[in-house]
Design a protein around this ligand. Structure first.
Ligand SMILES: Nc1nc2c(ncn2[C@@H]2O[C@H](COP(=O)(O)OP(=O)(O)OP(=O)(O)O)[C@@H](O)[C@H]2O)c(=O)[nH]1
Ligand SMILES: [Mg+2]
Length: 190
């Protein structure tokens, strides 16, 4: 698999921080701790451009990474479903991220990350419906697939079909990453 040359570009704490560069973007969306930053690192030639953590809510800003010298941007969105942030802050995250997903002109596709062990969680179902209604291209990456046996993973993939087009991945083992990159390449080429 040809990996990406990923460089951290900037952290955005609000909509006014978003770059005005007309570079196509692909966003990583999902619950806190689902593995967004780990997946970004696994797609990258460099070892760890994105910070990861076992503690939910680690990524609190929208973090933009430049890929292959500006061919496109990968956008690591703040995770949702993080209960420990004050309610007001949580609300602001969702509203801002929702507006980004709705109106961002540069956005060409969304990778919706869902934990392979819990494919039916309400917040993931909600986001998948939202993306479906928006009509934006998206793919459901079932993360941490290495944690499931083959048969459990098969039933998880079946259940996740309701959310959209499904691809099982593992940042740890590298499963599905080549196919995910092909999807990303196609999304940014449009
Ligand atoms: N086994 C396994 N563990 C993983 C995988 N991907 C991520 N993890 C673990 O899951 C935890 C959370 O990963 P992160 O990449 O920080 O998750 P995140 O979605 O960026 O979290 P926030 O930034 O808090 O929203 C870490 O302990 C990772 O090591 C995977 O494919 N397999
Ligand atoms: Mg993160």
């Amino acid at each position: 698999m040809r990996k990406l040359k990923v460089e951290f570009l900037q952290a955005c704490a609000g909509p006014d921080d978003l770059p005005d560069r007309r570079v196509p973007e692909v966003a990583l969306a999902g619950r806190s701790n689902v593995g967004k930053s780990s997946l970004l690192n696994a797609l990258s030639v460099e070892r760890k451009p994105a910070r990861t953590s076992g503690r939910p809510g680690c990524t609190q800003t929208l973090n933009i990474f430049s890929v292959d010298g500006g061919r496109f941007h990968l956008v690591d969105l703040p995770g949702y479903g993080y209960a420990r942030a004050p309610r007001k802050v949580r609300h602001r995250w969702t509203e801002w991220v929702e507006r980004y997903l709705m109106y961002r002109v540069e956005l060409r596709g969304i990778i919706l990350l869902v934990d392979a062990r819990h494919p039916g969680m309400a917040s993931d179902v909600d986001l998948s419906r939202f993306l479906m209604e928006l009509g934006r291209p998206y793919i459901v990456a079932l993360t941490k697939s290495d944690k499931l046996s083959k048969s459990k993973l098969r039933s998880s993939v079946d259940r996740a079909q309701d959310l959209g087009p499904v691809l099982p991945v593992s940042a740890l083992k590298g499963t599905g990453l080549g196919e995910l990159l092909r999807w990303v390449d196609q999304a940014v080429a449009v």
